[in-house]
Design a protein around this ligand. Sequence first.
Ligand code: DX5
Ligand code: ZN
Length: 236
Amino acid sequence: MNANSCPPTPASCLLSPDSFLLNPSLLAADFAYLERDIRFLELAGAKILHLDIMDGHFVPNLSFGVPVVEAVRRTTELPLDVHLMLQNPEPYLPIFRKAGADFLSVHIETTPDPRPMLDTIRKLGAVPGLVSNPPTPVESVLPFVNDCDLILTMSVMPGFGGQSFNPIALEKIRRIREIADADKFISVDGGVGEETIASAAAAGANLFVVGTALLGHSDILARFQLLQQRAKRRLE
Ligand code: DX5
Ligand code: ZN
């Protein structure tokens, strides 16, 4: 990622894909105490937050929308990674960018050619990401890997937190890692926890979305450290 790719979002440019970053998913936070949970995550060392936007069409669930992204933006200076699970994401790109998104990811299943949306995201000053669901062949995303800065492989069918990790994601991550430039964020989302994070890291992931395995526990700080250590263990 060079300085020109996201000039209005210096915080996200400071992130380095060389290291293993946990990406806490606020879907698993306590919404009655969202600011408290964000403070715990900051204290634990989070460098980025993941926000799941669901439309009830692309996925069979609704989560939260623009006002919550705006509220989180007011609460923290951490970069916000907004995962759009929307059947028609294109009109919402400037809206979520204005609400405070630093990273914006769209699903390959919503368009035969994601390049125009990835270009729009870049022009808006955000970091463009491309997501694929477990049944979607990796060949669908490979042609676009170097048109975006973040490639997210789902290890569950999107729509709900707390599901089990599907290892089908691992081979997809390996194939993406093989052709992706070194400065890409190779991300994984769904069922990532102490039992699965090391295999995702070994496959080549460097950005780990973690919901239940982190925020589903009372001691967020200890869980954060444990998960980070497990991710790094692939180096031993
Ligand atoms: C699922 C979302 C995930 C979710 C992950 O549709 O994209 O980001 O929050 O939650 P866990 O880590 O509980 O599987
Ligand atoms: Zn997500």
